[in-house]
Ligand binder design. Structure first.
Ligand code: PEP
Length: 252
């Protein structure tokens, strides 16, 4: 059923990257063609680089530019924030919302994440909604309950495979070099798939569910082969063109 879903390999640069990083991005762009037949690529640089990268990526068939967060409102007195409309205007086609670092660093609730996803849609962007349990929640056996709660609370109605991507990112696996077992990933992605179908019927069967957390070239092939894993959200390894393209190459 989900075999026909085109994978998405998304890189989250977080608060990394200066204008000098354009050369690394250009290497990604140059290599994107080699995986174009099998996967879509998305690079989410810091907001300061979105417009420059989007200009360079214009016309690229399978590499798009995304953002890492947006404000729920379109404009107004919100010092330091950036709206989804501004991201779209800069050339972004997607925005990550509810990343665990924002949930932790900025106290973002499921309700706020949901508003941000709606803002993304208002501006014509795809929303990449992140969910995932902490180490303590995992140790307490709460992984599925946490994922269910976050998914239910963060997902707006009217989600479709065209406007939504879900990223399952166990917080304890982010930036640690740790990954869940393949069996755990399979179980949790199947659970997420079932929740999506229960809520969204046929569209729920087509929505991409990415795995994120210490994906690297050496483990990507195994992780990407798991049922209902429709790509990856990559932090650290997305900063180097060679690693990012090697992960995408798991599909080539
Ligand atoms: C992330 O922060 O989205 C992430 C998956 O990071 P890393 O790949 O570095 O674990």
């Amino acid at each position: 059923m989900t075999d026909a879903i085109r994978p998405l390999i998304a890189g989250n640069w977080k608060m990394n990257g200066l204008r000098a990083s354009t050369a690394e991005f250009e290497a990604m762009l140059a290599g994107a063609g080699s995986v174009a037949a099998k996967a879509d690529l998305l690079v989410c640089p810091p907001g300061t680089l979105i417009a420059a990268f989007a200009d360079k990526a214009r016309g690229a068939k399978n590499l798009a530019i995304g953002a890492q967060d947006c404000h729920p409102k379109a404009s107004g007195a919100h010092t330091g924030d950036i709206s989804a409309e501004m991201l779209a205007d800069s050339g972004a086609g997607a925005v990550i919302v509810g990343h665990s670092e924002r949930r932790a660093d900025h106290g973002e609730s499921d309700g706020l994440v949901r508003q941000k996803a709606e803002a993304a849609w208002r501006a014509g962007l795809t929303a990449i909604v992140c969910i995932g349990e902490t180490q303590a929640q995992r140790d307490a056996g709460q992984t599925l309950d946490i994922c269910r709660g976050q998914l239910t609370g963060s997902l707006p109605d009217k989600a479709t495979s065209g406007n939504l991507v879900v990223a399952y990112e166990p917080v304890w696996a982010i930036g640690t070099g740790l990954t869940p077992t393949s069996g755990d990933v399979e179980q949790i992605h199947k659970f997420i798939r079932e929740l999506l179908i229960a809520r969204l019927n046929g569209e729920g069967a087509k929505i991409r569910i990415l795995y994120g957390g210490s994906v690297k070239p050496s483990n990507a092939r195994e992780l990407m082969a798991i049922a209902n894993v429709n790509g990856a959200l990559i932090g650290g390894a997305s900063l180097k063109a060679a690693d990012f393209l090697a992960i995408a190459g798991s599909y080539a």
